[in-house]
Design a protein around this ligand. Structure first.
Ligand SMILES: [Ca+2]
Ligand SMILES: [Ca+2]
Length: 85
């Protein structure tokens, strides 16, 4: 399992999911660019803006600029494939 995150050690899928859910600050069930960026900062990413951009390109299947609940699993899988932050 690749290691991701520089604060608090390696992150597992459960932790990543929990952080993403927590990042939905307006509670609409979708992750906007702003919310996703915040999640990456929270995970200790050095480049939250770049991470967010890559994630949106990879996981925003319908291209509406937000990660919906159904796109979330793809996003988590994508994040878990990264090594290093
Ligand atoms: Ca939201
Ligand atoms: Ca979407």
């Amino acid at each position: 399992m690749p290691v991701y995150g520089t604060k608090g050690g390696p992150l597992n899928e459960k932790t990543v999911k929990a952080k993403l859910e927590k990042a939905d600050t307006n509670g609409d069930g979708n992750l906007s660019v702003k919310e996703l960026k915040k999640a990456f900062k929270d995970m200790g990413s050095n480049w939250p803006g770049v991470r967010t951009w890559h994630c949106m390109r990879n996981s925003d299947a319908d291209g509406d600029g937000e990660i919906s609940a159904s796109e979330m699993n793809k996003l988590v899988a994508y994040i878990m494939n990264w090594s290093g932050a």
